[in-house]
Design a protein around this ligand. Sequence first.
Ligand code: NPG
Length: 374
Amino acid sequence: MKLKSLTLHQVSIPLVTPFETSFMRETEKDCYLVEARFDTPAGEITGWGESVTMISPLYSPEYVASGIDVTRRWLAPILFGVDDLTAETVSWHLRHVVGHPMAKSALEMAVLEAQLKLHGQSFKEYLGGVVDTVPSGVSVGIQDSVEETVKVIGGYLDEGYARIKLKIKPGKDIAEVAAVRRAFGDDFGFQVDANAAYTLVDSAHLRRLDEYGLLLIEQPLGEADIRQHSELAKLMETPMCLDESIVSAEAAADAISLGAAAVINIKPGRVGGYLEAKKIHDLAAAHGVAVWHGGMVETGLARAANASMASLPGFTLPGDISGSSRFFHEDITEEIVMHDGVVDVPTGVGFGVSIDPGKLEKFRTDSLEILPQR
Ligand code: NPG
């Protein structure tokens, strides 16, 4: 395949309710979509990718404008120069550009979608997925009060979500978790996510979570603190799960060998793409480490791809793969539906969903066409 042009569409999609984490409060989903056109032996094919960069650099160093800039100045020119571009070689071609995994991931995703279309293959078939549905977990943002936390979680349990993840931060943790267990009992999967909001000094405080039978605690300490997570893991009974710290398969190998991660949250965008994510899945499976699929409030495009990824056998815990309606009144693709606690793994060619041109028009705030320089 030969890349002919790239269009980066910046979109802003209103959220159903504000989503608050320890690092920010979002009221819109802001990201950019990659539309990549290729010449192929079967004629022109368009592939779509999605960047998980957020509007500000608060979860990772990348952000929407940095992703667009590095793509335009550095990444696109490299890919335009490749005669036989395949999804499997995108990260290799881009290897000299340091960092920017989210920007690289969005490009690899677009190449992958076009390649799947060329071969008439679904993403699940390509990966070797083994199930038709994946359990759907929901991520619950930080609420204004303990009562509100209980009410919101009660609503999601009534909807049938397979497990609940609650965002926590200092001062919004033990009381919330205790109240949720008091209200709904021990008979449902419950985990917490701190998004790096604590330090090792908080270990005695965090140990108080052990009495609530949580599935795991996700990323209590900083991104660079893999060794400190291994210290904290020795002090807590609740299984330690890493998210932000797992920036690559190498980081995953370090975390596993240091005993810093009993569980890993896999997010393709964070690690540079779905193919690196698959490597982490395979590595974790070889070491008996459980993985689950994270979410970054994706539109239906990446949400569908995530559901396919989560159909691999190592994804033994429910992921943050909720229905579109958890976040959006209107998605930019067909709606991803959560039913009976699961989401269907798409079976159609490519990622099994398509961008609705009318919705793209409605939610687009800017676009940039990038062509090869002559
Ligand atoms: O279900 O898509 C979802 C959201 C899951 O809580 C979720 N994601 O820290 O894992 C996280 C958090 C996140 C969202 C991180 C957006 C970064 C951006």
